[in-house]
Design a protein around this ligand. Structure first.
Ligand code: ADP
Length: 496
């Protein structure tokens, strides 16, 4: 009986591989960074060869570090940075150019054009997404236009894919051209309701269906790892975009279950069950996963400046030397003394959606110093997350029982306690913080029959710490009121 599950976690700045036992203990992990390319202001690219090389190297190294026989790996799951767009030749496998990364803004005008032609509502209704250059659709259109490849794409000579597709094509036997439903859901070409590529959207962006991958479930047989990689064939039976894998790895399996990942940015997802919920508060409707052909949906919101706010304190203001130091400094004072930092350095996302708001530090007095500012920065991460949660509650009409957390900044005890206080619900941190990799491994384990049911995967999730809300309601509302007043001051500042 095979004893291990492997996750390939293809991220924006590095490729990771993590090995778990089937009861969810991490055995080994390996991380390989790769270069980012910025050919023009606002453009971001990855060299596809770097993605493959670092992913294969990290998997081999993780297996070596664990000292296990690769034949003891029951299944592999793939999780990935979402939306990043690859286009390659179906015969040679050669990419037509670098991958266009989700952060790349080169198609912003294309999106403005779609919106000014009145297509925004159709896109929102079919895909659950707010039209943006972030998603793959316009990136693929850009590649087909720029390299003049539409005719070849129509003849089926080219393959489009996100990182999941690209890895499957290159690492699996028989080169399957597939993507899973969660990744498909981030292309702006996939209809959430029909669970298929949408003819109207394909027409709108002039994308030939012949270049699109087959959409598969997030859990179930996809193919076998090419024996050239680890010396044996291993079933690949799980695949999901990073935030979806993390929702699964946090065992947020029921409608109303909620997780927040505190990384560079924060990503909050709420499972909304079998029906997609249309947000009235600026959130995206997205797939949670699709298992056994049954779609489960989620609401998603993100905070642009999460842990990055702390990096800013460290690298630009230079008032801390490590991110971890922020915790003790924040705790060295009883409060910020009425100071709020709105880290709208690149505008604000949901629920505000104001690309003209800018960073604002307000409420300072003569006594304001380093600890107050550091504390205000940590509180800002929690306030922004609380606003996302509030938008989700408004959309679903139900307050979640708890918030499950992960990501680098979830190590900060002050931040987690303040999050519990300001949101008024318990914040729960699991033992395994690598929830993205764990989620991919669990999806793979489920797909390979290691776990009999979705519910069985939840048994693997273990609580580490729970932060219970301690702030009284009057203080909570007062603090939130102050925050919202500060946000208002930041809105629209960079207009004109
Ligand atoms: P990503 O996956 O986006 O690269 P990580 O999950 O690795 O992010 O988290 C890194 C982020 O978390 C950084 O922005 C860093 O500033 C922040 N961070 C790490 N440790 C702490 C801490 N103890 N307190 C606050 N922020 C932290």
């Amino acid at each position: 009986m095979a004893k291990y599950l492997a996750a390939l976690d293809q991220g924006t700045t590095s490729s990771r591989a993590v090995l778990f036992t089937t009861d969810g203990q991490m055995v080994s992990s390996c991380n390989r960074e790769f270069p980012q390319h910025y050919p023009k202001p606002g453009w971001v690219e990855h060299d596809p060869r770097d993605i493959l090389d670092t992913q294969v190297a990290s998997l081999r190294e993780a297996v070596r570090l664990a000292g296990i026989n690769p034949g003891d790996i029951a299944a592999i799951g793939i999780t990935n940075q979402r939306e990043t767009t690859f286009l390659w030749d179906r015969k040679t496998g050669e990419c037509v150019g670098n991958a266009i990364v989700w952060q790349c803004r080169r198609t912003a005008r294309m999106v403005d054009d779609l919106v000014s032609r009145g297509c925004g509502e159709m896109i929102r209704e079919k895909t659950g997404l707010i039209p943006d250059a972030y998603f793959s659709g316009t990136k693929l259109k850009w590649m087909l236009d720029y390299y003049n490849l539409r005719e070849r794409a129509e003849k089926g000579e080219l393959c489009f894919g996100t990182a999941d597709s690209f890895l499957c094509w290159n690492l699996l036997e028989d080169r399957p051209h597939v993507t899973d439903a969660t990744n498909a859901g981030r292309t702006m070409l996939f209809n959430l309701h029909t669970q298929d590529w949408d003819e109207d959207l394909l027409k709108l962006l002039d994308i030939p269906r012949a270049c699109l991958p087959r959409v598969v479930d997030s859990s179930g047989p996809i193919g076998m790892l090419d024996p050239a990689i680890l010396g044996c064939r291993i079933p690949v039976t799980g695949m999901a975009g990073d935030q979806h894998a993390s929702l699964f790895g946090q065992a947020c399996l029921k409608a109303g279950d909620l997780k927040n990942t505190y990384g560079t940015g924060c990503f909050m997802l709420m499972n909304t069950g079998a029906e997609p919920v249309r947000s009235r508060n600026g959130l995206l409707t997205t797939m949670a996963w699709r298992i056994g052909g049954k779609p489960v949906y989620a609401l998603e919101g993100s905070v642009f400046m999460g842990g990055a706010t702390i990096q800013w304190l460290r690298d630009e203001l230079k008032i801390i030397s490590t991110a971890a130091e922020s915790e003790a400094l924040a705790q060295s004072v009883p409060g910020t003394g009425g100071v709020y930092l709105v880290p709208a350095f690149t505008g604000l996302g949901a629920p505000w959606w104001d690309s003209y708001s800018r960073g604002t530090l307000i409420g300072m007095t003569r006594g304001t110093g380093r600890p107050q500012i550091v504390r205000a920065a940590l509180e800002a991460i929690a306030y922004q997350s609380a606003d996302l949660m509030d938008a989700m509650v408004k959309d679903c009409g139900k307050k979640p029982e708890r918030l499950q957390v992960d990501g680098g900044a979830s190590a900060n005890g002050f931040l987690m306690q303040f999050q519990a206080d300001i949101s008024g619900i318990p914040v729960v941190r699991p033992k395994v913080l690598e929830t993205t990799a764990l989620g991919a491994a669990l999806l793979a384990g489920l797909g390979a029959g290691v776990y009999a049911t979705v519910e069985d995967t939840a048994a693997v999730w273990k609580k580490d710490l729970e932060f219970t809300p301690k702030m009284d309601e009057a203080t909570r509302l007062l603090e939130l009121g102050g925050w919202h007043k500060a946000v208002e001051r930041s809105l629209g500042f960079a207009r004109d």
